[in-house]
Design a protein around this ligand. Structure first.
Ligand code: PMP
Length: 391
């Protein structure tokens, strides 16, 4: 069909540059081992931190919800698509997060976009870390607010931007809690301190900290003992929680406002019963099976140490996201392919997702991996590196 020529040209250019990627379908359930292209491999690229995508208690809750309430809701939340279970789950989430209220969105992406695009006007300013997630960037693009970017995790740079912003009504500082490419944690205590000094609000995107950091996986705010001092906490239900969705844990006032003004909330159909029931059961799992989080951290330490002992550079990570720095884009893809031959699925991350020269294999261990599997993966890293003369 005609009309797509310029798009096709762009794709051809991407193929020449080596940035065009095919999707890689799993032929099995998500887990510590998966089947890809008919091959059994160790999974090191998912965000399934606690292995909850197949937790029996959550599957049972989802099945029961389907049998009782069907597979869909047939409406957006604000018209006829709010089930009692949506409200009960939000109440449970707010309690879990130690906040007044919580509101669930269709995904973490739409949560950031919905919150940022609705709550700020041209009288306000948003001050954002330069490496914040794409959904924060897109949310900011949709506001009429003033926009300022501070240097990555640099509190002096943040303070400079706050000083320039005194005349705005609302000043909103926004940061990822854990940064998804390097696995480093935002210096939240210092960020909160400087925000308080200038009367600014703080918003944290805890996509990679929900279920990972803090008591029972409550996130970075709880991890740093900052409960009650961060105004807006965004979390996802799609990573450690193992299902789908996002939420904002915040004040009752902001929740009520977002119900009326948060566009993805207003104009997109609510979560199916199975999704909500599984997420609700996941909070019980977080509260009652904290050993999963302990296992995640044990595995993280074992694998990070193993990589370092082999001589790999694992960057500045402080979380289960462990990058293995390679540098060159093409070599990174080759290394990922070689790891696959050796029985490990670990995707390369290259420009433009990370700066040129900073290409890496991004690994994420989960609570589901056994130490034998992780040792097997370390052996594969060693063999692949030898084949490609990397170490
Ligand atoms: N924020 C961050 C930091 C993320 O890494 C992601 C997922 N890539 C999201 C938000 C979006 O979350 P979700 O997948 O639930 O849309």
């Amino acid at each position: 069909m005609k009309g797509f020529e310029h798009i096709q040209q762009e794709l051809e250019d991407m193929k020449k540059e080596g940035t065009f990627r095919e999707l890689i379908p799993l032929e099995s359930a998500q887990g510590s081992r998966v089947t890809i292209k008919g091959k059994d491999v160790i999974q090191l690229s998912s965000n399934n931190y606690l292995g909850l995508t197949s937790h029996p208690r959550m599957k049972e809750a989802a099945e029961k919800a389907i049998r009782t309430y069907g597979v869909g809701t047939g409406s957006v939340r604000t018209i006829a698509g709010t089930l009692q279970m949506h409200e009960d789950f939000e109440e449970k989430l707010a309690k879990f997060k130690h906040t007044e209220a919580a509101l669930v969105f269709q995904s973490g992406f739409t949560t950031n976009q919905g919150v940022l695009s609705s709550m700020l006007t041209d009288q306000d300013v948003v001050i954002s870390d330069e490496l914040n997630h794409a959904s924060i960037i897109d949310g900011i693009r949709l506001t009429k607010a003033g926009r300022k970017i501070y240097k990555h995790v640099d509190v002096d740079s943040l303070e400079e931007k706050l000083k320039e912003s005194v005349d705005y009504r609302t000043k909103l500082v926004v940061t990822d809690g854990v940064f998804s490419m390097d696995g480093n944690i935002a210096p939240l205590p210092e960020i909160v301190e400087v925000a308080e000094k200038y009367g600014a609000l703080v918003m944290v995107d805890d996509a990679h900290a929900s279920g990972v950091l803090g008591d029972n996986g409550r996130g970075t705010v709880n991890h740093f003992g900052l409960d009650g001092r961060v105004h807006i906490q965004v979390g996802t239900l799609s990573k450690a929680v193992g299902v789908l969705g996002g939420y904002v844990a915040t004040t009752k006032v902001l929740k009520d406002y977002l119900i009326h003004k948060g566009r993805p909330f207003l104009f997109s159909t609510s979560h199916p019963p199975a999704v909500t029931a599984a997420c609700d059961a996941a909070v019980d799992v977080l509260l009652e099976e904290p050993e999963l989080i302990d296992k995640l951290w044990e595995n993280t330490e074992f694998f990070k140490k193993g990589l370092e002992e082999l001589g790999f550079d694992t960057g500045i990570s402080k979380t289960p996201i462990t990058p293995v720095m390679i540098g060159d884009d093409a070599l990174t893809h080759k290394f990922s392919d070689e790891l696959f031959n050796e029985g490990v699925f670990a995707q390369g991350i290259v420009f433009p997702t990370v700066p040129k020269g900073k290409a890496r294999i991004r690994t994420i261990v989960t609570a589901e991996h056994s130490q034998e599997e992780l040792q097997e993966a370390l052996d594969a890293f060693q063999r692949a590196a030898k084949t490609l003369n990397i170490l």
